[in-house]
Design a protein around this ligand. Sequence first.
Ligand SMILES: [Cu+2]
Length: 275
Amino acid sequence: MSPTRRSTRRSLARRGVPRAAALALLLASVTACANDIPEADWSRGLLPDPITTQGDLVQSLWNGAWIAALATGGVVIGLIVWACIFHTKRRAKAELPPQVRYNLPIEMLYTLVPLVMVSVFFFFTARDSRDLEFVSGSPDVKVKVEAFQWSWRFTTTVGGKTLQPVVGQPVSDYTAGPQLVLPVGKKIEFELESPDVIHSFWVPDFLFKRDVIPGVPENNKGRVFEITTLDKPGVYAGRCAELCGVDHSRMLFNVKLVKQAEFDQYIATQAGSAQ
Ligand SMILES: [Cu+2]
């Protein structure tokens, strides 16, 4: 090895130390910031454990799509490997292998197979989208969600009573953001509204997000969606999923799922401020 090369290598090694330290620091800070990322599980295809019945539907669509995609990939890679091993041009034979132009069975096959695959994907996606977008119109709790630069205002209506809105401000920890309290095992209808720019209402544990677009008319169904909460009490992170300005990343909130008795108590404490 030449002396120049050796010295370059030494200097790289010297520089490598601060680089490793910087990387460790970066990883540590990423982990520190990411306290709102729910635990993703390999057995669920890296999705968090859903807290709504609709989330279960998304999970099964996700699993099915991955199984279909992996099977398709397996067949394609298998065919490529098979062709590479058994159908390479032999050096001794100079002539062309048999040509398959205008071979009707093969052309039918590579037209029909993708068509069938896309149709199957389309069928399940359309069926599940319809179910995910279903709004019964008879929810137990109604929540008006107003997304603004850069936080949220939640106005809950339950049993004909509208509670005092919960208004937040930009925060760096979701537990410090505005809290939306909801009962378990109930139908909740959300209505989304934005006075400024496009935001996106996202609770990762719902396995669902919906853009909040300004100017959408009142009775447009794009503003509304419904979930049914599962019996999983806890505090779940929520955030804006659409880059909406300088404090977008601090547009954090949380959803607290509680048992019915605790929810009734919550409403009672809000009763004084009810309109
Ligand atoms: Cu936003």
